[in-house]
Design a protein around this ligand. Structure first.
Ligand code: SF4
Ligand code: SF4
Length: 474
C-alpha cells in the first residue's frame, strides 16, 4: 500500500478533509498471471481517480442507509406513530417538529444541489449504487456462463439470465427489508421474519416492495434517473451559473483526440462535450477519469480535458471558494440553515420530556359518595418521553387545594414508567367541596418525576361541583 500526496495548506478542518479526499492516493497492488504466462502488476484500488473515491463514498453511504433505522437515527414508527430523529422521539402531538425536520432535510438538499449539482445522484444515491451493482453482476454472470457479446447458445443465455434474476431477487428482498425497517421496529421485523410470524400486512408490503425493486433494478436502472426521479427533475431549478458541474474545456477542444472514451464510459450514455448542463449528467466524474487515462498515456501538458468546475469560470482562489462558497448568496443561505439547524436541535433536546393529558368523563358529570364527598371521573394519559425510566407522582397542582379537599383515587400512584412508555388509566377526584364553587371549577393535575423534581408537567381539568343542597325546615 502506498500513501502519498496528502497536502495540508490550511488549518481549516473542512478544507483539510476536502484536500484529503482530493489528494489521497492509495494504491493496493497485486500481481496477476496473464494467459501468455507473464506476471504483471494490477492496481486493485487507486484512490487517485474519482471513481475510486466515489466507490468509497458509495460504500459508506450504503452502510449508513442500512444502519440508520437500527439506531433510531431516522425512522418513522408507523405502529406507534412516533418519529425517531437522532435517538430523540417525536410523538404524534409533536408532529409540527417532524414538519420542521422535513424542512431541514429539504433545505440541505437545496443547498447541496445549488452548490454541488447532482453530486448526490452520482456519489450517494442508492438507485445509482444498485444500478451499478447489477451492471457488474450482469457482466459476471455472462462471464461465468461464457456468454459472448453477440450470438452464443440459448441455454447459456438463459442460465446467465436466471442467475442474474435470482441475485436481483435476493438484493431486492434485502432492500425492501431495509426500507420497511424505516417504518417498523427493525429488531421486531427481523425477529418476526426469522420466526415466521410476520403479520399479513407486513408480509404483503415486503412482497410488493421486493417486486417493485426487482423491476426497478433489473429493468429501469438509469432510465428511472432520467425519466422519473423527482429530485433529478427539481435539480435544474436549484442550479445557477456558479453550481459545480462536470465540464469539457471547450477552449482546449483542439487537444481532443476523438477517442470517445468519455462517451463510452458514461453510464448515462451522454457526451459531456456537448454541454456541461445536460440533465442526464449525474456528476459522477467517470468521464474525467477516462479522459485523464487516455491523455495521460499521450503525456499531454494538461492531463484531462474534462474536469469538475464551479460553473464555467472555475474560480478557486481561497479555501472557501474551493469548498463551493463562491458568492455571498451561498454564505447567507448556509448561515441561515446552520442557525435553523441549531435552533431545531435545541428545541428537540430541551422540549418537555413528560406529557400528561386528562379528559373528564361527562357521561356521569359527578357522583356523590356516602360520606358526602363529590367525585368526578377522568381518563388520564401519561407518557415518559425521556430516554430514562422514571417514577411519577400525580397530584393536584393548585396551591389553594390541599390533600384533604382534592383526593386522587387511582390504582397506582406514584406511577412507574419506562423510557418512552405510555400509560392510560382511570382517575377519580373526590372533594368535600372546600374552596370549590358550584358549577365548573378549573384545576391543574400535576405529574412530577420523583427522581428529578425539575421534570414535571400539568394538565388543566374541569371539576364539576353541584349546587349545595338546600335543607328544608318543616
Ligand atoms: S457525463 Fe461524465 S460526469 Fe456526467 S454522468 Fe456521464 S460520466 Fe458521469
Ligand atoms: S476522452 Fe478526452 S480525448 Fe477522448 S474524446 Fe473524450 S474529451 Fe476527447
Amino acid at each position: 500500500m502506498v500513501l502519498k500526496n496528502i497536502v495540508y495548506r490550511d488549518c481549516h478542518i473542512l478544507y483539510l478533509l476536502f484536500l484529503y479526499l482530493q489528494r489521497l492516493e492509495i494504491k493496493l497492488r497485486t500481481t496477476a498471471r496473464s494467459d501468455s504466462g507473464t506476471v504483471k502488476e494490477v492496481v486493485v484500488i487507486n484512490f487517485h481517480t474519482y471513481n475510486s473515491k466515489r466507490r468509497l463514498v458509495q460504500i459508506l453511504s450504503t452502510v449508513l442507509t442500512i444502519i440508520l433505522p437500527f439506531f433510531n437515527i431516522l425512522r418513522l414508527d408507523i405502529p406507534t406513530l412516533r418519529f425517531y430523529f437522532f435517538n430523540s422521539v417525536l410523538w404524534v402531538d409533536e408532529f409540527y417538529l417532524l414538519f420542521l425536520v422535513v424542512m431541514l432535510v429539504l433545505f440541505i438538499v437545496i443547498i447541496f444541489s445549488m452548490m454541488y449539482g447532482r453530486i448526490w445522484c452520482g456519489w450517494m444515491c442508492p438507485q445509482t449504487v444498485l444500478s451499478e451493482l447489477v451492471h457488474w453482476f450482469e457482466k459476471k454472470t455472462k462471464r461465468w456462463f461464457k456468454v459472448p457479446k453477440t450470438g452464443g447458445t440459448m441455454i447459456r443465455r438463459v442460465a446467465a439470465y436466471m442467475t442474474l434474476s435470482l441475485g436481483v431477487t435476493a438484493i431486492s428482498f434485502l432492500i425492501s427489508l431495509n426500507l420497511t425497517a424505516y417504518f417498523i421496529d427493525p429488531y421486531v421485523l427481523i425477529s418476526d421474519l426469522l420466526h415466521g410470524s410476520l403479520g399479513i400486512v407486513t408480509a404483503g408490503i415486503l412482497i410488493g416492495l421486493t417486486a417493485l425493486m426487482f423491476v426497478d433494478i433489473l429493468v429501469w436502472r438509469e432510465k428511472f434517473c432520467t425519466n422519473a426521479c423527482p429530485y433529478g427533475m427539481m435539480q435544474m431549478v436549484f442550479t445557477d451559473s456558479k453550481t459545480q458541474v462536470v465540464r469539457y474545456q471547450t477552449e482546449r477542444s483542439e487537444e481532443c483526440i476523438e477517442c470517445k472514451a468519455c462517451v463510452r464510459d458514461c453510464m448515462m450514455g451522454i457526451d459531456i462535450r456537448k454541454s456541461a448542463y445536460q440533465t442526464e449528467c449525474i456528476h459522477c466524474g467517470v468521464c474525467v477519469d477516462s479522459c485523464e487515462t487516455i491523455l495521460g498515456r499521450l503525456k499531454t501538458p494538461l492531463p484531462t480535458l474534462i474536469s469538475f468546475s464551479w460553473g464555467e469560470k472555475n474560480k478557486q482562489d481561497t479555501w472557501y471558494e474551493k469548498l463551493g462558497f463562491v458568492d455571498a448568496k451561498r454564505w447567507i443561505i448556509v448561515g441561515v440553515v446552520v442557525v435553523y439547524t441549531v435552533v431545531l436541535f435545541s428545541v428537540i433536546h430541551f422540549r418537555q420530556p413528560l406529557s400528561l393529558t386528562a379528559s373528564g368523563d361527562r357521561s356521569t358529570l359527578y357522583r356523590k359518595a356516602e360520606n358526602g364527598k363529590i367525585m368526578n371521573d377522568y381518563i388520564v394519559k401519561i407518557s415518559n418521553r425521556s430516554m430514562d425510566d422514571g417514577v411519577f407522582k400525580l397530584g393536584c397542582g393548585d396551591v389553594k387545594l390541599t390533600h384533604d379537599n382534592c383526593i386522587l383515587q387511582l390504582d397506582e400512584n406514584p406511577i412507574q414508567l419506562h423510557s418512552r412508555e405510555v400509560k392510560t388509566f382511570k382517575l377519580t377526584i373526590a372533594t368535600d367541596g372546600t374552596d370549590f364553587h358550584p358549577g365548573p371549577n378549573r384545576l391543574f393535575l400535576e405529574a412530577v418525576n420523583l427522581n428529578n423534581n425539575e421534570i414535571k408537567t400539568q394538565a388543566e381539568i374541569v371539576f364539576f361541583m353541584p349546587e349545595p343542597e338546600v335543607k328544608t325546615v318543616n
